[in-house]
Design a protein around this ligand. Structure first.
Ligand code: SAH
Length: 496
């Protein structure tokens, strides 16, 4: 089966940087179920095309070498090796991971930008309503063209239904970010096919929330998508939809909170909550409680813990250092205690994402006045972040080379000198509990180090001592008896 991606963004040769695949050669990636061959059939300044050819080994599938092949491949006659399916999603995740996550070392700005892109997938099995492909892709802003692929006429002797081919060639085009296009394909191809080649567990739920974060919540077919993606586990579908709605609600409320009159959080214009517009704050509390009772993602838990801590410390003017795509900023904005919120990051692509997540361009004036996002490096003294009540560094320090860490320590604790500093970082000991992690492997490709609890203390305590702070260390997430909690947090308080 074949997936091609074409751009006419100029210079179109940048596609190689976006995909992290050198256009100068053919790449071959081994997969548990076969191999992917990646190459550029077309490459010029005005138009470039990337192709992924999946070569699935049908014999390996039958033998059960392909993961989770139980039951699906009980015979040699199967369409699996030849069609676009969950195998293609796995191949995208494995071979185009950075592009799928929206990161590009060489062209970070372009990765964060919507560009003219088209995709062609063939053959794609579509099971269900005839207009399903349009219903799934059109609301995402694509032009959709479908070519049907007729079955071999000889097969019609097999009986009713066999002459109607479920296979199509799908052509999508639009102006989108490459990461968006890839996550749409990643989620929607198995949805169209209605099958997965592996057992669907809770991990799939997390994947769907992560991959659908920026678009699924607003999709008119979100229920059908989640249902099919999660193999009709209705309680999971409800959970996914509630989590996506919770995210949306916070953004919407944050955007509308200050547009309402001083009489309270009434039904201000622009509040698109839909339901209990009289009491959005209460509604949010309910949603928050519901969200807390569900097992939540570690990163959400971290953000929640840090936001709560900042509230508890009584901070009003706060800086989020290494704010990334603005997830913490969004939470802080929803809390009126924070009168001034500043996000800083070195990556302009991340800042663009943050601006989008926060809907800065349409934010009402008073609300807009509470927040700023700035580009800056944390390893240099920066007068713009001096004099704040608190600074948060959520999952940032492990991205710095160890020798740059001392520069950050001075810039932060000696010069910016906020009253409180909250730092979170992974607890490396807990990695032993993550399935599929090789010993010594780090959680993220860009991490320069991950610390044990002892190593974190060995960093935090002398830093506190040197710069006149006290520090308290704690864990975030359910603690394992032997390995501790999955994440760890240090709260520094300035002495005097
Ligand atoms: N705090 C965010 C993002 C964590 S990822 C969150 O929790 O979601 C780490 C972030 O730190 C990235 O966005 C990266 O661009 C930023 N970063 C890494 N080194 C930096 C530096 N020297 N100066 C400023 N930002 C940096």
């Amino acid at each position: 089966m074949l997936l091609t991606l074409t751009t006419t963004h100029q210079p179109a040769t940048d596609l190689g940087f976006l995909l992290h695949k050198n256009p100068g050669r053919v790449h071959e990636a081994p997969l548990s179920f076969g191999r992917a061959v990646l190459f550029y059939p077309e490459l010029s300044e005005s138009r470039s095309t990337f192709a992924m050819l999946l070569d699935i080994d049908p014999v390996a599938l039958v033998r059960g070498k392909g993961r989770g092949s139980q039951g699906l491949f009980d015979q040699y006659v199967s369409d699996r090796p030849y069609v676009a399916s969950s195998f293609l999603s796995v191949a995208i995740a494995k071979t185009l991971r950075n592009a799928l996550n929206g990161s590009s070392k060489e062209r970070p700005d372009l990765a964060a930008k919507a560009i003219p892109l088209s995709a062609r997938v063939l053959p794609l099995p579509v099971r269900g309503a005839e207009d399903l492909v349009e219903r799934l892709f059109k609301p995402l802003g694509y032009n959709v063209e479908i070519e049907s692929i007729p079955l071999d006429a000889k097969l019609s002797y097999l009986g009713d239904g066999w002459d109607v081919s479920p296979y199509v060639c799908l052509n999508l085009s639009g102006t989108v970010k490459l990461s968006e296009l890839l996550s749409h394909l990643y989620v929607l191809i198995p949805v169209l096919d209605k099958q997965k080649h592996y057992f669907v567990d809770r991990n799939e739920l997390e994947k769907l929330v992560a991959k659908g974060e920026s678009w699924l919540g607003g999709h008119p077919e979100k229920e059908l998508i989640a249902n099919r993606y999660l193999r009709f586990k209705r309680s999971w579908t409800r959970e996914v939809l509630a989590r996506l709605a919770f995210d949306e609600a916070i953004a919407e409320e944050a955007a509308s909170e200050l547009s309402v009159s001083s009489s309270g959080y009434g039904s201000g214009e622009g509040h698109a909550g839909g339901e209990d517009t009289g009491e959005p704050r209460e509604a949010r509390k309910d949603a928050a409680e519901e969200a807390l009772e569900r097992p939540i993602r570690l990163h959400e838990l971290r953000l929640e813990t840090v936001a709560e801590k900042l509230k508890e410390l009584g901070a009003r003017r706060v800086v989020d250092l290494g704010c990334g795509s603005g997830k913490l900023l969004k939470r802080l904005l929803a809390e009126m205690q924070f009168s001034e919120i500043v996000g800083i990051d070195v990556s302009s692509g991340s800042l663009e994402n943050a601006a989008r997540r926060l809907r800065l361009d349409t934010m009402p004036g008073k609300q807009r006045a509470r927040i700023r996002i700035l580009q800056g490096a944390l390893t240099y003294r920066d007068r713009r972040i001096e004099g704040y009540d608190a600074a948060a560094l959520v999952e940032v320090i492990e991205h710095l080379d160890s020798d740059r860490l001392s520069a950050l320590e001075r810039a932060l604790f000696e010069f910016a000198r906020p009253e409180h500093v909250i730092v979170t970082t992974p607890n490396r000991e807990y990695n032993a509990k993550f399935e599929g992690m090789a010993p010594g492997q780090l959680r993220h490709a860009d991490h320069r180090f991950e610390w044990t609890r002892q190593e974190f203390a060995k960093w935090a305590e002398p830093v506190a001592e040197r710069f006149g702070y006290q520090v308290e260390l704690s864990g975030i997430g359910d603690s394992d008896e032997e390995f501790g909690a999955p994440s760890q947090m240090a709260v520094f308080a300035r002495v005097g």
